[in-house]
Design a binder for this molecule. Structure first.
Ligand code: HQG
Length: 182
């Protein structure tokens, strides 16, 4: 399988393991885990041929460590980014660094400075420690812009922060007074 095909399969897995598992008859548990055999069987019904070796390749080659295999090798889950309503990953609650970054597109800026950052369909607002990552995230929606978030000050005001197992920082929402343009 070439890189383009791997990337496309990774997108399919993101869609299934974060958002719409039932489209292939798959059930995620409350911690987001899917049984690998059920995933392979469900995907095959859609004409998509997966096997354990391919899943392992995708887990290991994912630049953002998007997916995790369970220790027993029988289950797989997405590390973060979920919208599926029955899933509630117990992310590690943690004191954040002083500043975190959120990449978005310029066309969202006016609304963000009115409403603050909201999670939208996902369970959390996603923040990163590096502006480089934030730019890449923002680019997905248009001309990118990086917002600087006063995360430590938020934390000191009682807002909770979590870190997913792949390092992405998560919080429920970011009020306007903690956001500035980088
Ligand atoms: C924007 C990818 C208007 C927000 C990435 C973003 C990330 C608002 C979009 C992960 C707003 C939501 C998540 C407001 C927020 N008004 N727009 N008040 N508040 N927005 O895709 O953070 O590559 O749900 O700025 O790398 O872009 O898939 O979130 O532009 O880690 O593994 O609404 O997804 O990971 O978009 O991306 P998303 P995101 P993967």
């Amino acid at each position: 399988m070439n890189n383009k095909q791997l990337n496309e399969t990774s997108k399919f897995l993101s869609y299934i393991l974060r958002h719409e598992p039932h489209t292939i008859g798959l059930q995620l548990d409350a911690e987001g885990w899917a049984d690998i055999n059920s995933l392979i069987t469900g995907a095959a019904k859609e004409g998509r041929i997966l096997d354990l070796a391919l899943l392992q390749t995708i887990v290991n080659s994912s630049d953002k460590k998007r997916f995790t295999l369970s220790d027993d090798g029988q289950r797989i889950r997405a590390a973060q980014g979920h919208s599926a309503p029955d899933v509630n990953l117990q992310h590690r609650e943690k004191e954040p660094p002083e500043l975190l970054y959120h990449g978005t597109a310029t066309r969202f800026i006016e609304s963000i400075f009115q409403q603050g950052l909201i999670a939208g369909s996902r369970h959390h607002v996603h923040l990163s420690q590096e502006t480089r990552t934030a730019i890449a995230v923002g680019q997905r929606y248009g001309k990118p812009v990086v917002l600087e978030i006063e995360s430590l000050r938020m934390y000191q005001h009682g807002f909770k922060f979590f870190q997913a197992e792949n390092g992405v920082w998560l919080t429920e929402a970011v009020p306007v007074n903690f956001i500035s343009l980088k």
